[in-house]
Design a protein around this ligand. Structure first.
Ligand code: DX5
Ligand code: ZN
Length: 215
């Protein structure tokens, strides 16, 4: 399996959005990671559909949209129309997760389920066959630039075991506090996709930083 890197635009300078999209296009990154926060599911509000559409118009790589919102079912079609190719919803925000994931797939997007740090991976045992990727939050969702929670390694190991045992196609995405010091260990532990925001946009040379994160 390839090691994929999804760049979180949350930490980018939105006054230079075009340049930042160009930078990701030219880099070794694989996807754009777009964080949608509603101020209810998480204690922060990020950006919405106009920004997604602006990025989609210029992006040469898939848009990996991470919905940190309550009742995401209301917006699946809208995010598809805005340009999402991968869409993740939070386990904690979905009452009918099976239905939600199938609707995402029916809209021809890859269906992801995101877990907060306190949510056990074992809760996915009866849905893992219906998931294209699992996004493990390695910080509490809501903000970029936070410190990586080390217990995530334990969750990766248990999730990988479940995926292999159940012959599921699901990939593992790690989101939050990823940097040049832990990227290699995370891939080695079983992560397929790493998300990085702060480690990219706070670097003097973001393209070089992306290269180093892909190890
Ligand atoms: C946090 C978001 C993350 C965040 C990652 O709620 O889901 O995608 O932007 O940012 P860093 O890499 O700065 O931790
Ligand atoms: Zn995210």
């Amino acid at each position: 399996m390839d090691r994929l890197l999804s760049v979180s635009m949350l930490s980018s300078n939105f006054g230079k959005l075009d340049d930042n999209v160009d930078m990701v296009n030219k880099s070794e990154a694989d996807w754009f990671h777009l964080d949608i926060m509603d101020g209810v599911f998480v204690p922060n509000i990020s950006y919405g559909l106009p920004i997604i559409r602006t990025i989609a118009a210029k992006a040469l790589k898939p848009l990996d949209v991470h919905l940190m919102i309550v009742d995401p079912d209301r917006y699946l079609e809208v995010f598809k129309e805005a340009g999402a190719q991968l869409l993740s919803v939070h386990y904690e925000a979905c009452i009918h997760l099976h239905r939600t994931l199938h609707r995402i797939r029916a809209l021809d997007m890859k269906a992801g389920v995101a877990l907060n740090p306190h949510t056990s991976v074992e809760l996915l045992s009866d849905i893992i066959q219906d998931v294209d990727f699992v996004l493990l939050m390695s910080v509490n969702p809501g903000f970029g630039g936070q410190v990586f929670i080390e217990h995530t390694y334990n969750k990766i190991t248990r999730l990988k075991e479940m995926i292999v045992k159940s012959d599921s196609p699901a990939l593992i995405e790690i989101d939050g506090g990823v940097n040049q010091r832990n990227a290699e260990c995370l891939y080695a532990a079983g992560a397929d996709i790493l998300v990085a925001g702060n480690a990219v946009f706070s670097a003097a040379d973001p393209q070089q930083s992306i290269k180093e994160l892909k190890v």
